[in-house]
Design a protein around this ligand. Structure first.
Ligand code: B12
Ligand code: SF4
Length: 503
């Protein structure tokens, strides 16, 4: 089949800091290609919206798949589906990805016939059977598939994440992916899933708390095949198992691969496995993202982070000692008042790290989605981007945004202070010489994008598609939140049920 895979455009607020390759979609493309299909990928993060109509009209795809990791992209994705159907009415249109897996039935209803199916869970195992079934005219029995007729069998999990390889060669503008000064930057996955269970996060519910590791040899082979000098490691928490991080490092050392790396981890993992981070620093690890979430014990307990403020601060000292630059994330609670914002500004100015702020947002697929007692003030998908308040704020909303942007601006200015600006100028010079302008543009765009009036005005846009309301759910039974559940032992009633249509 001719398959066109599409990634929606980037969310404005994230594009300031980074724009990364759509690794999940590339892996789905790799699996479809391995199954013998002719595949093209269109990434609207790096192409203008008009590229979609051109691609559909020239390629005449028989199937169009859209990646929906982000709730905020759902209205745009429905528009993509409608446009594809208008140009090629017979095309089979399907959605897949992290967020849409939690709201599949509702999105199918909202798309009103423009979307034929939604795939829940991992796409590599689903895409082959799905396209085969689509060619036969009935997809209802394909694993992980939801149609307006109901749900097919449970989604299947990849046994090993070593393959398929992401089809990186199908992306046309690889030089447009970057994160901060790592420009251009590719992405890679060493592990999949997270064993923790933070209440605001859906990484663990998507994979049913499972955790899989790529083999060190396959990880190093893939790294060797990456042309970019910079690599973002997408794992939710890097190097939970130090022996795995060490084994990959050993393979990279053996192959003499040197790149510059950016990764995400937890403070307790950094403290426990400091040696492996030290070794990776020697290999080129430059930046690390630590989801600290809160600066006090009360906040950390609230998010069930299972970590103490002391561990967080010790981790920062450790990273500084290793010479790794840290970006910290803090969750802004809509209940914050001016005093709370002031305390956070003071904290941000007192540490040398880069500080990011994200607004606490209950998402489908998270525990807080079902337990958060504050009512939603909006159900506009586009505002669920963790830069908008979607539950009542203690401050009037305009003041909340003023304080939020003021805090972000203070932090931004800190990073553009004289010493940093000189450092940035050096990096910029190097990047511009190599023709990389992503980082330069990002530095000057802050005030265009972060603007309290604009953020407030976003709440008054006409709303066409609304997020469904949370269903009451007993979160005592975790499996109810999962997209993937680990396969039940063979021969049991649960195993037989897994093979049956679930809708
Ligand atoms: C890397 C990453 C990013 C990258 C995105 C790179 C890109 N363009 O894809 C960056 C850093 C830019 C990013 C930004 C944001 N992210 Co992010 N991100 C992740 C992260 C850590 C890993 C994603 C990844 O690459 N995984 C590896 C690949 C192989 O898996 P995958 O993408 O999920 O793809 C698989 C399936 O989803 C599915 N699939 C995917 N696409 C398709 C398409 C089809 C057709 C099919 C059939 C299947 C399918 O199959 C794939 C293979 O199994 C996830 C957490 C997670 N564990 O998933 C959060 C996550 C997806 N991000 C999240 C959020 C909130 C954001 C931001 C809004 C805010 C922020 N500051 O983080 C921004 C907005 C991005 C935007 N739209 O512009 C949330 C999503 C919440 C939600 N419900 O919307 C997550 C779940 C983190 C979390 N724990 O809450 N993110
Ligand atoms: S926030 Fe991080 S540690 Fe917590 S469940 Fe999500 S990915 Fe895991």
């Amino acid at each position: 089949m001719r398959l066109l895979l599409v990634h929606p455009s980037a969310l404005m607020y994230s594009e300031i800091f980074l724009r990364l390759e759509p690794l999940g979609l590339e892996r789905v493309a790799g699996a479809a290609r391995d199954a013998g299909h002719e595949v093209r990928v269109l990434d609207l993060q790096t192409e203008p919206p008009a590229a979609l109509a051109r691609a559909v009209a020239s390629f005449r795809p028989e199937a169009v798949g859209v990646s929906l990791n982000y709730l905020a992209n759902i209205p745009e994705a429905i528009g993509i589906a409608q446009q594809a159907k208008r140009i090629v009415p017979g095309a089979f249109v399907f959605f897949g990805g992290h967020s849409v897996s939690f709201v599949a039935d509702e999105v199918l209803e909202q798309a009103d016939g423009a979307v034929d199916a939604v795939v829940r869970g991992e796409g590599e195992t689903a895409v082959g059977p799905l396209l085969e079934a689509a060619a036969d005219g009935d997809v209802t029995a394909a694993p992980g598939v939801v149609t307006r007729e109901g749900r097919g069998p449970a989604p299947r999990m990849l046994h090993s994440i070593d393959s398929p390889r992401p089809a990186r060669d199908l992306l046309r503008h690889r030089r447009r992916y970057f994160i901060g000064e790592l420009d251009p930057c590719a992405s890679i996955e060493f592990t999949r899933g997270c064993p923790w269970d933070c209440s605001f996060c859906s990484a663990w519910t998507f994979y049913g708390r499972s955790y899989r590791k790529a083999s060190p040899d396959a990880a190093a082979e893939e790294m060797a095949s990456i042309r970019e000098r910079n690599v973002f490691i997408v794992d939710d928490v890097a190097f939970i198992r130090p022996e795995h991080g060490d084994a990959i490092a050993a393979e990279l050392e053996r192959r003499r691969i040197r790149k510059r790396y950016y990764l995400e981890t937890r403070a307790d993992v950094l403290l426990r496995n400091t040696e492996v981070f030290e070794r990776w620093h020697r290999l080129g690890l430059k930046y690390m993202f630590l989801g600290m979430e809160a600066i006090d014990a009360e906040g950390l307990d609230l998010y069930r982070k299972r970590i103490s403020p002391d561990e967080n601060f010790r981790a920062l000292r450790t990273a500084r000692r290793l010479g790794i630059t840290v970006a910290i994330n803090l969750i802004v609670d809509p209940s914050w008042d001016e005093e709370r914002f002031r305390v956070v500004r003071e904290f941000a100015l007192s540490v040398p790290e880069i500080v990011h702020l994200t607004v606490m947002t209950p998402y489908p697929g998270t525990e807080v989605w079902h337990t958060e007692s504050r009512r939603l003030t909006t159900r506009d998908y586009r505002l669920f981007d963790i830069q908008h308040a979607v539950v009542p704020t203690t401050l009037p909303l305009d003041l909340f945004y003023r304080e939020l942007v003021r805090t972000q601006a203070v932090i931004n200015r800190k990073h553009l202070g004289l010493r940093t600006a000189l450092g940035a100028a050096r990096v910029l010079g190097g990047n511009l010489v190599r023709g990389q302008t992503n980082f330069a543009r990002m530095l000057w765009r802050f005030n265009d994008v972060y603007n309290p009036r604009r953020q407030l005005a976003d709440h008054s846009r006409p709303v066409r598609y609304e997020l469904p309301l949370p269903r009451p759910l007993d979160v005592g039974d975790r499996r109810q939140l999962y997209v993937h559940t680990r396969p039940a032992p063979r021969g049991t009633a649960a195993a037989r049920r897994d093979q049956q249509p679930s809708g």
